[in-house]
Design a protein around this ligand. Structure first.
Ligand code: TYD
Ligand code: MG
Length: 460
């Protein structure tokens, strides 16, 4: 006897399956995330497609695997290529997530334009915008080649057929939440639809060697909407983020099977689309105040690239019993910890002071190397000492007030010299690693106390 069609409950957050509704997901501990969806029907036809059996995979040895010469293509955008680990890998599945309006469609349309310009067959499939809308956007970006084809489609079976017929090299799916598979009866954007759609796309990418970019929307919490399994299925997960009020955008790899995940790409949204920012430090240091206390420049490594930022602190007398501390762009607990170290190990009495710490430009940085910058900015504001704007400081601070080593000190110093800084305050323990450089003064410090002494002396 045929069973009546069954329903199953999915966690919208992590994709956990359950036969009954639950208040809290045992998988990710989120509350109230279960929704009822029909059980995906696996038909016999799909399970055993005849052509699948014919080209069944045979085990091979490592030596037999042929690495074709150009398995990576350049997108003609250095910033994107770097985040991808050196170019677009053939047959890879790349998920691009980000808030609405951040520029995902714009970025991918520009990539399509560049690839098409190199003679690569590109297919851009949109389920969100009409062809007219895409054309309007394309007109802002620039001229397009005929190797780029556009399609408005949301049915995955049709998409599969078109890809199999036309065999493009690169496909963009904008966005996965609008795609649906006929065999699954739940609405587009639901867990089973997103999962099944990605599955189909993965088979296409691996089977035909097509590179597929998938756009994914993010939820309020900042995760790609739909199940976490989506992130497990794809090869690369990129997040496109940025401050709504600032024009720059940062592309970050969260997962990459073909490269490192530390690299970032910096773009600026302009009237004619996204422009690459080749020198982010210069960009971030724009509009720095002159002769203001509470401001110091520090350096954080983003992957292999040093980025200089301005750290600002404002310390003032607290009017309540409990002082107020706020930080924007850095870890709040780290700021509290550094202030406790300053109090206890450097004799800076901050217990009765409010403190506000900010990374100018809206960038978010978590590397401990900016510790010394935070500490000096706080002291500079508290004692009203102006740190000259040609001084840069970096170093991690330990709980006993020692300034500890950080990675790649030499590159940070070089970046500072390149941008015209004349003094760098850095950890004593990095002396070996940094070679003597002409044209820049290096002040090595072993503790926060020494660093504070150094800035008071620079002033004189
Ligand atoms: P879009 O790529 O549509 O974002 P997403 O696909 O991530 O939702 O980006 C749209 C925003 O970018 C919109 O606010 C307008 C702006 N924009 C520009 O400033 N200049 C441009 O040349 C383009 C195409 C868009
Ligand atoms: Mg879009």
């Amino acid at each position: 006897m045929a069973k009546a069609s069954k329903n199953i409950f999915f966690c919208q957050n992590c994709g956990y399956e359950s036969s009954k509704w639950m208040g809290q997901c045992p998988g990710c501990r989120e509350w109230n995330t279960f929704v009822e969806e029909p059980l995906p029907q696996k038909t016999a036809a799909r399970a055993g497609k005849p052509q699948r059996q014919k080209d069944m995979a045979v085990p091979v040895t490592i030596r037999e695997i042929d690495l074709k010469e150009d398995t990576r293509k350049t997108s003609r955008m250095e910033e994107l290529d770097r985040v991808l680990g050196g170019g677009i890998v053939q047959g890879s599945l790349v998920l691009v997530g980000g808030d609405p309006g951040i520029g995902k469609s714009t970025l991918l349309l520009q990539v399509c334009r560049n690839l098409a310009g190199d003679g690569v067959e590109v297919l851009y499939i949109s389920g969100e915008e009409s062809l007219r809308q895409i054309k309007l956007r394309a007109l802002r970006i620039g001229s397009f080649e005929d190797t780029l084809s556009l399609l408005c489609e949301t049915n995955l079976e049709n998409i599969r057929e078109i890809i199999e017929r036309r065999k493009p090299s690169v496909v963009v799916i904008d966005s996965i939440q609008t795609m649906f598979h006929e065999e699954i009866s739940s609405a587009p954007g639901s867990v089973s639809q997103v999962r099944e759609s990605t599955n189909v796309l993965m088979q296409l990418a691996k089977g035909l060697g097509v590179t597929i970019f998938i756009v994914g929307h993010v939820t309020k919490e900042g995760n790609v909407a739909g199940p976490r399994v989506l992130e497990h299925m794809v090869d690369t997960v990129l997040y496109f983020e940025g401050d709504r009020h600032a024009s720059y955008r940062i592309l970050r790899a969260v997962k990459n099977r073909f490269g490192s995940t530390n690299e970032i790409g910096v773009f600026e949204m302009q009237e004619s689309g996204l422009q690459e920012v080749k020198n982010p430090s210069e960009f971030m240091l724009n509009g720095r105040p002159e002769n203001a206390s509470g401001s110091v420049v520090t350096c954080s490594m983003e992957g292999t690239r040093p980025i200089l930022v301005e750290l600002q602190a404002l310390v003032c007398q607290s009017s309540f019993g409990i002082p107020r501390r706020t930080s924007v762009g850095t870890d709040f607990n780290r700021v509290n910890l550094l202030m406790a170290v300053l109090e206890k190990k450097a004799g800076v009495h901050l217990a009765q002071s409010d403190a506000y710490v900010n990374i100018a430009g809206g960038l978010r940085m978590t590397e401990p190397a900016i510790d010394l910058g935070i500490a000096l900015a706080v002291v500079s504001s508290y004692r009203d000492i102006v740190i000259p704007d040609t001084v840069m400081a970096f170093g991690e601070i330990g709980l006993s007030g020692e300034v500890r080593a950080v990675s790649m000190p030499g590159q940070r110093v070089l970046e500072a010299r390149k941008l015209g800084f004349d003094t760098v305050i850095l950890p004593e323990v990095c002396r070996q690693a940094v070679k003597e450089l002409s044209g820049i003064r290096l002040i090595y410090v072993g503790s926060v106390r020494e660093a504070i002494k150094a800035i008071s002396e620079i002033k004189k």
